[in-house]
Structures are given as structure tokens and as C-alpha cells.
Ligand binder design. Structure first.
Ligand code: MG
Length: 220
């Protein structure tokens, strides 16, 4: 079972599911040569994909092309279904930074054939996450800067103000389909600059001013 480390809280949260948005930043949709969506594009990672800072990201043997996607992550505090956007932030436990690690060659092949993304997005170590900063410590979640570096060079950096679907709308939409439970995580989409990492690269992701993670890449 994978759990969340929440700053300043003794309670342990077990992660049930990880709901992820695709294409939630205009420039990333463009770099993927994909349409800007009218409704959120949603996929799921299993909780077994989670690793914490300093654990290795492992490229499975089936892939030759691993990409990093840095994202703001939202942790859910309490059970909810059909949550309105007005009430959505009351359901948030806190925020952190995560990496939606993607086997791009496998995903590209799946897209071509109209097949699911589960392997490309859900393999073990595909969801590195930081500890969670309590929502009460964050004044405006729609004004957070986050970035990702590979071997010390910034590859992706943006603010959450640029999301196509803001956090309230994401929670409203997801909770109309899935019951949200305490400890569930939402990966809210990546900005432009998603790119390849190789064995021995070091990836650092940072929610600027709050928390960060660091991972080495290796082959299985
Ligand atoms: Mg992503």
C-alpha cells in the first residue's frame, strides 16, 4: 500500500487511485500535435506506480523512450461525489509536485491503434510524488510555480494559472464520474517541455517554495 506524507499531519492517508489529466496546458497540447480538449482527458495510474524522492525511476524492458512530465498534484481529504466547483477546494487535503513518467514509444503506438495507455502510463515507478503541503498553507493553488530539471538544466517550468481546466473544474468533473476518497491523488497535467530521459539522468521536480523530489533513472 502506498501512503501520502502530509506536512504537519500525523494521520496516514493510503492512496486509493490516481486520476490524471492529459493536455491541460495549451502549449503541451501543441507540442504533442494534439487538439486542445473541450472536456478533460482522463486516465488512471495504479497506486503501485508511486515512488518517493530518492527512489530510482526504472525504465521497463519493453520501452526505449521514457519522457518526464512534471505536474501539480492534488490530494483529496474526504469522500465526495458530484462535488460542485464552488465546493471543490473544501475536498482538497493539500498539494505537491509529481512526475507523470510516460513510455512515449508505447503510448504513441497505443494512440495509433486506438488502444489504452495503461502500460505507457501505469508501470511501476511511473508516479514519483513529493510530500503533500496542507491546503491551509497555500494561499492560491491557481498561482503556484513548478518546474522540472534534468541533470541540473530546467526542462519545464510554468505556473498553475495556465491550466486549461482549473482545479475546481477538474474536481467537479472527476467527481461526477468517480467517487473521490481520502488519499486519492489527481495529476493535473503537464506544461510544454516534456522530453526524454535516459539511464543515469537525474530528474528534479520542484513546487517552488514548498517541496521537491529527486530521482535517478535506470533500466530494468
Ligand atoms: Mg501528464
Amino acid at each position: 500500500m502506498k501512503t501520502l506524507q502530509v506536512h504537519g499531519k500525523g494521520k496516514e492517508y493510503i492512496v486509493g487511485k490516481i486520476l490524471c489529466l492529459g493536455r491541460n496546458y495549451v502549449e503541451h497540447a501543441q507540442e504533442m500535435q494534439s487538439e486542445i480538449p473541450n472536456v478533460p482527458i482522463v486516465f488512471i495510474k495504479p497506486s503501485t506506480a508511486i515512488i518517493n524522492s530518492d527512489e530510482d525511476i526504472i525504465i521497463p524492458k519493453i520501452s526505449q523512450q521514457l519522457h518526464h512530465e512534471v505536474e501539480l498534484i492534488v490530494a483529496i481529504a474526504k469522500e465526495g461525489k458530484n462535488i460542485s466547483s464552488e465546493q471543490a477546494l473544501e475536498y482538497v487535503l493539500g498539494y505537491g509536485v509529481g512526475l507523470d513518467m510516460t513510455l512515449r514509444d508505447i503510448q504513441t503506438e497505443a494512440k495509433k491503434k486506438g488502444l489504452p495507455w495503461s502500460v505507457a502510463k501505469g508501470f511501476d515507478t511511473s508516479a514519483p510524488i513529493s510530500d503533500i503541503i496542507a491546503a491551509s498553507k497555500i494561499k492560491n493553488p491557481q498561482d503556484l510555480r513548478f518546474r522540472c530539471k534534468v541533470n541540473g538544466t530546467v526542462r519545464q517550468e510554468t505556473t498553475t494559472s495556465k491550466m486549461i481546466f482549473p482545479i475546481e473544474k477538474i474536481i467537479e468533473y472527476l467527481s461526477s464520474i468517480f467517487t473521490l476518497e481520502p488519499g486519492d491523488l489527481i495529476f493535473t497535467g503537464t506544461p510544454e517541455g516534456a522530453g526524454e530521459v535516459k539511464t543515469r539522468d537525474i530528474i528534479e521536480a520542484e513546487l517552488v517554495g514548498y517541496t521537491s523530489i529527486r530521482h535517478r533513472v535506470r533500466t530494468a
